[in-house]
Design a protein around this ligand. Structure first.
Ligand SMILES: [Zn+2]
Length: 89
């Protein structure tokens, strides 16, 4: 069995969608993406689930059907912070 924070996958999925569909993120390197995710996840409630190994995918594949407004707002906040203060040159 494995423990997963579904919110982490939801944030990652939503951020990737934002990166693909908008120009809002000034730098989309791995460092900035992880910083945006950390800021967003710190302001969102965790959603822990226990699944059998490999069964996580079916839960994740539901994300693309609707975007959670709270998740989108938390990511927008993270993007703003990282755009203004990227932690690298
Ligand atoms: Zn960057």
């Amino acid at each position: 069995m494995e423990l997963h924070n579904l919110m982490e996958y939801e944030v990652k999925y939503t951020l990737n969608h934002i990166l693909e569909t908008t120009e809002d993120v000034k730098c989309s390197c791995e460092h900035c993406k992880l910083d945006i995710m950390a800021i967003a996840l710190n302001s969102l409630p965790p959603k822990y689930i226990v699944t059998e190994k490999g069964l996580l995918y079916s839960r994740i594949s539901n994300f693309n059907q609707q975007f959670n407004a709270d998740v989108v707002a938390a990511i927008a906040k993270g993007i703003k912070v990282v755009n203004e203060n990227p932690r690298h040159e």
